[in-house]
Design a protein around this ligand. Structure first.
Ligand SMILES: [Zn+2]
Length: 378
């Protein structure tokens, strides 16, 4: 899943500045014919574009203001955000959109098997946008990702942006505005999207997974998903919906047990753990999780505990805090593991054997990492 769509402005979490810019422009009847939504992957550009497209296709406001000079789309106030007025969801145009296709909407993306958006596609857009709207007050075209246009395509789009038809809106969406022609950028009203704050992501996940987010363990999982998603809605939802968090929790518990306060290495435990993650359908995720586990050990060894995110479990109590020598040891183990993974993939080494080897190395290193006496193997 690439984008997480909601259809209404009021359902969009965060993005106060972009929504305010859009509301202000709509209210004053000064919405540019070309908008450039730019910002990191997965933060919600397409979601806002979706809500705006719906607003622009809705007939309701046009009917109310028929005969007047220019549209006043009004705005709604939601907490400290000014939101553009929503599409009505009931008019002929809104209803048509629900059926899947709309004669006044064109979405341009890279075609399957291509590496660029081609000039033929942009010519189709230019032709489309110049036609009189059939149902809606506007013709709306969305280009996602606009930086995928080749030079010819970009030049063709520039022509349309230079002389936009009166009742038209083109929304360009991109992760890399720097790759667009400067002349295209200067023809558009650029609206910048920022990664969402962890808190906003968390509240979005709680809303979205209301039924399944009962219970403290599940809330902790959602907090963790919000923390690991780098401000990207799509990533947070993907993490929260997949079994990744559950598996992470499982592996962390198993590793904590293995590295726990015992003085003997139980080969039986190592064997069971390695076997359960060596299964073909789990192995790749297991490798990814173990790499993350090593990173967390390094981080936990160096980190100040006060940096821990509220509500998340503290790092496993292994490795001395602020101990650079221990961090180096963890780093060596992590590198050793990465080398084993490469070898496994190149030479098709037995997966279980590879996992057993690294787990034994971890347990053998614990005395040096934790201080104290040696550890015997049974
Ligand atoms: Zn409507």
């Amino acid at each position: 899943m690439r984008h997480f769509h909601t259809t209404r402005f009021r359902d969009i979490v965060g993005h106060a500045a972009p929504l305010d810019a859009i509301a202000t422009a709509l209210k004053g009847g000064r919405l540019a014919h070309g908008l450039l939504f730019h910002g990191p992957e997965g933060v919600g550009k397409a979601t806002v574009s979706d809500a705006l497209m719906r607003r622009m296709l809705c007939q309701q406001t046009e009917e109310e203001h028929a005969g007047g000079a220019g549209f006043d789309f009004g705005e709604e106030i939601d907490g400290d955000r000014a939101l553009p007025q929503e599409a009505c969801g009931a008019c002929a145009s809104c209803t048509r959109l629900e059926t899947g296709s709309h004669p006044d909407l064109l979405t341009l993306t890279m075609e399957e098997g291509r590496t660029r958006i081609l000039v033929e596609q942009v010519k189709e857009l230019s032709h489309f946008i110049a036609l009189t709207p059939l149902l809606a007050p506007y013709k709306v075209a969305v280009v996602d990702d606009a930086a995928e246009m080749n030079l010819q395509a970009a030049n063709a789009l520039l022509k349309t942006l230079e002389e936009p038809p009166p009742q038209s809106l083109i929304i360009l969406i991109t992760r890399s505005p720097g790759s667009l022609l400067p002349t295209i950028r200067s023809r558009c009203h650029a609206i910048r999207f920022q990664p969402l704050e962890e808190k906003a992501l968390y509240s979005l996940l709680c809303d979205r997974m209301a039924e399944s987010s009962e219970g403290e363990a599940s809330r902790q999982s959602l907090k963790l998903a919000a923390q690991l998603a780098d401000g990207r809605v799509s990533k947070a939802v993907e993490l929260a919906e997949s079994d990744w968090l559950k598996n992470r929790q499982e592996l962390w518990q198993e590793m904590a047990r293995l590295c726990g306060p015992q003085n003997r290495l139980a080969l039986g435990d190592v064997n069971r753990l390695a076997k359960s993650w060596a299964a073909p359908e789990r192995f790749n995720q297991g490798v990814e999780l173990l790499e993350l586990w090593f990173r967390e050990q390094i981080h936990a060894t160096l980190a100040d505990r006060s940096e821990q995110h509220e509500g998340l479990p503290p790092p496993p109590p292994i490795g001395g805090m602020g101990n650079h020598a221990a961090a180096r040891q963890w780093l060596e183990l992590a590198e050793r593991f990465q080398k084993m993974v490469r070898e496994q993939r190149t030479f098709n080494v037995n997966r279980q054997l590879m996992l057993e080897t690294i787990l034994i190395e971890v347990v053998r290193s614990l005395p040096r990492l934790q201080g104290g006496g040696g550890r015997s193997i049974v």
